[in-house]
Design a protein around this ligand. Sequence first.
Ligand code: CP
Ligand code: NVA
Length: 298
Amino acid sequence: MLETDHFLDIDDITTDELQTILDRAAAIKSGEDDSRLPEQTLGMLFEKPSTRTRISFETGMTQLGGHAVFLGPDDIQLGHGEPISDTSRVLSRYVDVVMARLFSHDDLVEIADYADVPVVNGLTDDAHPCQTLADLLTIQEEFGGFDGVQAAWVGDGNNVGQSFVVGAAMAGLDLTVATPSDYGMDDDVVEQAADLGHEPTIVDSPEAAVEDADVVYTDVWISMGQESQRHEKLQAFEGYQVNETLLSETNAKVMHCLPAHRGEEISHDVLESDRALVWDQAENRLHAQKGLLVELLE
Ligand code: CP
Ligand code: NVA
C-alpha cells in the first residue's frame, strides 16, 4: 500500500516505496509473488501513440485477473470537447484506476484532481515515471543493485530523462548528464536530485558523460509532438549519437526506453549489440507496472 493517491511522477512515492515496488516487481517476474487484482478495471487514456505502455498495462491487468479499457483520442468525448474534469469524474465512477498518456502534465494533474481513483502517468511531455520503474528494475537486475553503479544520460533532457534523473537519485545511482545546452533538464529536476543527496554531474560533452559509465541511457531526439522541431533538433544533437565510437573506451551497457530511431540518437550496431539492455527494459515495463498497480490498489 502506497502513501500517495496518484503516481504522476517518480517522486510521488518515497525512496522506500520505490524499493518495495522494485522488489515486488522482481518477485512477480520470478513467479514468487502471485498477487491478483480480480475484477479490477484500468482505464487507459491515450492522446499519443504507444506500443510498450499500452500493451504492458493491458497485458499486466489481464495477468493480474483484471481488465483494461483502451480509450484513444477518437474513442471518447474528451477528444471532442468534453472537459478533462468531466471525463475524470465519469471515469472514476466506472474504473478502479486510470492510466493516462497526455501531452500536458498540467492536464494529468487536473485528471488526478478530479479523480476518486488512483491516476498513473503513462507519459507526459515532462515525465515518464513508469519507464523509470522499469529502468531501475533493469539496472538492479544487471548490476545486482545500485551502489557504485555509474550511469550516464546522453541526449534530450525531457520526460524520460527527467524522471530518470530523480529516480536515479532516489535509488542512489551516480549519474552524469550530457544534453545540448538548449535541451537540458529543468532546474527543479536537478535540484530535486540534489536534495535527495545525488545531484547529477552535468558535463558539456557526451564523451565526458560516458567516460566512467557502467550504463549509458539515451532517448529519441524528436519526441512525440515535436515533429515540427525536427530540423533544429537534429542540428542541436549533432555528436550526441550513442555509437561504438562514443563507447569505444568503455564496457558500458546501453539503455533506451524505445522506440529507437537508429541512425539518430543511437546507432544500429549498438542497439543490436550485447551492450543493449533495451529488450529487458521493455519487458520490465510489464513487471514494474504490475508491482505498481498491486501496491496502489491492494
Ligand atoms: N517507452 C515507451 O513508453 O514506449 P511506448 O511509447 O511504445 O509506450
Ligand atoms: N521522449 C519520447 C519518449 C517516448 C516513450 C517521447 O516523448 O516521444
